[in-house]
Design a protein around this ligand. Structure first.
Ligand code: GLU
Length: 427
């Protein structure tokens, strides 16, 4: 049975690259009916913090991942690593340097890694120094605790980032020395920032939380990260996790580095926003409105839902929603400079008033009735409907673009619309 693991160090929040690693391990486990395990690599007692661990676990759940068995913590297993290191000491494969225990690397050997993603990679042991197993402070070195625990957890496949390729021959030496069964290794090419350098803290948007805060849906982020490591057979790009579980093939993982393309992520996000049930989006949208300091206490859910339905096709992230819809939530909405020109001329004021008078007479303020009134008035005046529509749009929304005017008016309601069309000054 396939057993894979994700092994975060709780020294910071979940990085996009680590999230991708977690997703692929999870995908492989779910695809094969195997197990997906968590191991917390908290050997650096000073830098590891519970709040980071909580964040990482929350972020994994948010992305839609679940895990099997209880996570194991390396900080609780220092005596196990010491015991294994002392075994190597007794066998003459390691030696002491002060309090530290070091592994003796035999020169002149070639170590081959049969990598699931890259094919065979060879290393010469001449280039590998003797390796620390246990440091003088009693904590284990990463490569050693990693091997001891992967064996303890009976991990069959190790899928991780290319930044660990050079660790693999060292780990293989430990497997040999301890007489353990070797797992299979697969290293995923690193994700590059838009400038072609490895995605790092210098770039914006390296943590899962930043995307969450900007209003990306977890399904969209997970989908995008999948595309950064694997190209589905039919080239399909909208690939929810559930479909990916079915279709995933480890042999089809990409062996070239991929650039993080935020425009593509935004496009995928918009696809998920369009498809999401309204009741899923509503609480998220409300959070974004509150974060933008809009007072929505007087607005009920059905009002906000109507605005959402008008705008969900226009936003690429939920974070864009407040800026596009401010006029639904406050009267001091921003007036675009371009818009000002469309409502300050004498003839614009006149057509606004004529249109307002027609709307005032309407009993049914549904968008069809509003549209009919607009077209009738335009016909009577011998002008195109646009002559009435443009100034009205700017007057009620402050913007030259947005959802359909008649739908917008229906949601705003007659009183608000008339008041705004008859305002003397704007913005
Ligand atoms: N804690 C290591 C990391 O986050 C785990 C590496 C591994 O998967 O072996 O990079």
């Amino acid at each position: 049975m396939v057993r894979v693991r994700f092994a975060p160090s709780p020294t910071g929040s979940l990085h996009i690259g680590s999230a991708r690693t977690a997703i692929f391990n999870w995908l492989y486990a779910r695809h094969t009916g195997g197990k997906f395990l968590l191991r917390i690599e908290d050997t650096d007692l000073k830098r590891s913090e519970t709040r980071f661990l909580d964040e990482i676990l929350d972020d994994l759940r948010w992305l839609g991942l679940d895990w099997d068995e209880e996570p194991i913590f390396q900080s609780k297993r220092f005596d196990v690593y010491r015991e294994k290191a002392e075994g190597l000491l007794a066998a003459g494969k390691a030696y002491k340097e002060g309090e530290a225990i070091l592994f003796r690397v035999e020169p002149g050997r070639t170590i081959e890694v049969h990598d699931l993603v890259h094919g065979t990679i060879s290393f010469q042991t001449d280039t590998i120094r003797d390796q620390v197993l246990v440091k003088s402070d009693g904590s284990p070195a990463y490569n050693f605790s990693c091997v001891v625990d992967d064996s303890f957890l009976s991990v069959t496949h190790i899928l991780r980032g290319d930044d660990h390729v050079s660790n693999t021959p060292k780990q293989i030496l430990f497997y040999e020395a301890l007489g353990l069964i070797l797992p299979k290794f697969g290293h995923m090419p690193l994700i590059l920032g838009p400038d072609g350098a490895k995605l790092s803290k210098r770039h914006r948007g390296v943590s899962v939380r930043e995307y969450q805060a900007e209003g990306f849906l977890p399904e969209a982020l997970a989908n995008y990260l999948i595309l950064l490591g694997w190209t589905p057979k039919d080239g399909r790009e909208v690939m929810p996790l559930a479909d990916a579980v079915r279709e995933f093939e480890i042999t089809a993982m990409n062996d070239v580095q991929a650039k993080f393309d935020v425009q593509k992520l935004r496009w995928i996000n918009s696809e998920y926003i369009m498809a999401a049930p309204g009741e899923t989006l509503l609480p998220l949208i409300k959070t974004h409105l509150r974060d933008a300091k809009f007072d929505i206490s007087g607005k009920d859910d059905s009002y906000i839902s109507k605005v959402l339905e008008l705008y969900r096709v226009r936003i690429k992230t939920l974070g864009e929603f407040p800026g596009m819809t401010d006029f639904f939530f406050k009267d001091d909405y921003a007036l675009e400079e371009e818009g000002r020109k469309r409502i300050e001329k004498e003839e614009d004021r006149a057509s606004l008033e004529a249109f307002a008078a027609r709307l005032e007479a309407l009993e049914d303020f549904g968008h069809d009735a509003i549209e009919r009134a607009c077209r009738e008035l335009a016909e009577e005046k011998g002008v195109k409907p646009a002559v009435l529509i443009h100034p009205a749009r700017v007057a009620v929304s402050g913007k030259t673009k947005g959802a359909g005017l008649f739908e917008m008016m229906e949601v705003l309601g007659k009183d608000v619309v008339l008041k705004r069309m008859r305002r003397v000054t704007y913005g």
